[in-house]
Structure formats: structure tokens, C-alpha cells
Design a protein around this ligand. Structure first.
Ligand SMILES: [Zn+2]
Length: 325
């Protein structure tokens, strides 16, 4: 269940921004009210590339005006058979191949994020299993019970290099603890992650893991006045955004058929330099460009879209948490 208090604070702040910006303005709303030299932006990315696709411009902007940014990768993208086959030219990858592919994607993500202006110390890999987040959320709730085992890497815990907390294993409790730790360590003012209606199971689960950690924090310190503002971005929804045309100069619009009641979209305009840097960064994701280059580049446009988080009913949450692609 959503934490009503945290959600209402977020929602009302969002509502205020929307109302005040909407008065007399025909143009899409902007995020300017949330972005300043005091902004501490934390991006939770399901896989290496989602952070740049969804928020590569926002990351550059916050860094450019003197704010702080950390990017947290839930998985290292180590469970992607087509990717491993294309990159390594092997038809039946072994667990070792998948693990090596994860390491390669981490190194690639570091190069990409350096292009956006981040330092390596501001990049965190949680090392959870690619393709396994939804199953963990649905079936592996507790540290006391069994842990999930990746059918790709055959691991049931993050690689030693990625351990944020000792004894972390692949279950919901441990992942939320790791997320809570990075939130407490960094104290973000602005939190960005994937939308709960994103159709990739790792993506909508990432939202619920982050949201669960926020709830846990809110419970522990209910009077803490500085709950971060939570925004979401969308990556997978049908053929979007390829179906809407594209190209560097064009704009990104919300997908057709997206449940309207579910979102208040904010358009964040990027400068030509920011778009160019985002595009160059995406091109550095060689392993992913090989498999879906055209799709990745369709996100390098003149704006990025974010959605304010909103309160949801128990029924909506139940529906959104289902593991279907
Ligand atoms: Zn992804």
C-alpha cells in the first residue's frame, strides 16, 4: 500500500507546481522549481541505460548548475540472452558468460555516466538479478525464507564488489534495506525512477522497491520534513516512443493509450548541447546499441518527460505489481 502521508506531500507539492505553472501557460510545464544548485538528485535505474534514456538530460542539468547526483543501478543487466549472444557471438551462454556480461555493462555504464558529468564514486551497483526483480517482489519477501536464484548467472546474491550491506541476498527485504541505506547516506531532494506502469517487469518492480524503502523510512522518522520529491519516467510502453517518429530535434510526448488518469506529465526541455551529450552517451552503450540502437536513440530528443507520483488504491497497486510483460 502506498504511504499516504508521503504520497500526499509529494502529490500536493506536485499539484502546487502544476497549478501555479499551468495558470495562463499553454506550454508544457517545467521542472525548474525542483532543480537548483541545492538539488540532490538520485536516479534508480533498473538496468544500465535506463537512467540515460529517461533522465540523461536532467542529470546533466543538475550537475551543470552545481547540484549533486547519484545513480543507483538495481541490476547490471546480466540476464539478457540476446545481448550476450550478440556481444560474445555465442549461442548458448553459460553462467560465467552472463556474469562477465554484467561486469562489461557496469564498465560501460561508468563510461556513459562520465560523459554526462558523473564521477565513478557517484555510481552505485546493487547487483540484483536482471529479469528477476518482479519475481523477487512477488515471491521472495523475507530474508528468513528462501532466496531467488538467477537462472542466468546462477547466483542468489550480489557479486562481492556490489555489496552495499553485508549478507545481502536476493529477497525483497534485503533489497529494500540496501535501497534505504543509499537513500539515508545521500539524502536526495529529488528522486527519479521508472514509472509503475512501465511494461518491463524489472522497471515497474523498481518503482515498488523504491517506494517500499521510502515508506519504511517514513515509518521510522515520520516527522522528517524533507521527504524527497518522487518523479517517474517511462521507458517501455508498447512501441513508444519509436511509433511517434523521432530524431534529435523532435519532442517526446506521452504515449497514446496511456491511462490518462494515471499521470500528470511534466516536460523538461533540454538545450541542444544537452541533447547532443545525451546522444553521445547513448552511443557509448555499445552492448545495447548492437541489439536496439534505433530504439535507444529515439529517446535523444529536445525534452524528457517525468510524471509526478500520485496516491494509488490497493487494487491499482495489486494490478501494477503483477509480473507480466
Ligand atoms: Zn531497462
Amino acid at each position: 500500500m502506498p504511504s499516504c502521508k508521503a504520497r500526499l506531500i509529494s502529490f500536493f507539492f506536485g499539484f502546487f507546481v502544476l497549478c501555479s505553472s499551468a495558470r495562463g501557460a499553454e506550454h508544457p510545464l517545467t521542472l525548474d522549481a525542483l532543480v537548483s544548485s541545492k538539488t540532490r538528485l538520485m536516479v534508480f535505474s533498473p538496468h544500465p541505460d535506463d537512467e540515460t534514456l529517461g533522465a540523461g538530460g536532467l542529470i546533466q542539468r543538475v550537475l551543470g548548475i552545481g547540484g549533486a547526483v547519484k545513480v543507483v543501478f538495481m541490476t547490471s543487466g546480466d540476464g539478457y540472452p540476446e545481448g550476450v549472444e550478440m556481444e560474445e557471438h555465442i549461442s548458448h551462454p553459460t553462467a560465467q558468460d552472463y556474469r562477465a556480461y554484467g561486469v562489461e555493462r557496469q564498465e560501460e555504464a561508468v563510461r556513459v555516466l562520465e560523459t554526462l558529468g558523473l564521477k565513478q564514486k557517484d555510481i552505485i551497483f546493487l547487483g540484483f538479478p536482471d529479469g528477476g526483480l518482479c519475481t523477487i517482489l512477488a515471491k521472495y519477501p523475507s530474508d528468513d525464507g528462501p532466496d531467488y536464484k538467477s537462472p542466468f548467472t546462477l547466483e542468489d546474491r550480489p557479486p562481492p564488489a556490489d555489496v552495499v550491506l553485508p549478507d545481502t541476498e536476493y529477497n525483497t527485504e534485503d533489497l529494500e534495506r540496501a535501497i534505504t541505506k543509499v537513500l539515508v547516506d545521500f539524502r536526495p531532494t529529488l528522486l527519479v525512477t521508472t514509472h509503475p506502469r512501465d511494461q518491463h517487469p524489472d522497471h515497474h518492480s523498481t518503482y515498488f522497491f523504491v517506494e517500499g524503502a521510502l515508506q519504511a523510512l517514513e515509518k521510522k522518522a515520520p516527522r522528517q520534513k524533507s521527504q524527497p520529491q518522487l518523479l517517474t519516467f517511462l521507458i517501455h510502453f508498447g512501441q513508444w516512443p519509436l511509433d511517434g517518429g523521432g530524431g534529435t530535434g523532435s519532442r517526446l510526448y506521452p504515449p497514446q493509450g496511456f491511462p490518462e488518469k494515471d499521470s500528470e506529465w511534466l516536460s523538461f526541455p533540454l538545450s541542444p548541447e544537452e541533447v547532443d551529450t545525451k546522444r553521445r552517451a547513448l552511443l557509448l552503450y555499445h552492448t545495447q546499441m548492437l541489439v536496439m540502437g534505433r530504439y535507444l536513440l529515439s529517446f535523444a530528443r529536445g525534452n524528457e518527460l517525468f510524471s509526478f507520483d500520485r496516491p494509488r488504491t490497493e487494487k491499482e497497486v495489486e494490478e501494477l505489481r503483477r509480473c507480466q510483460q
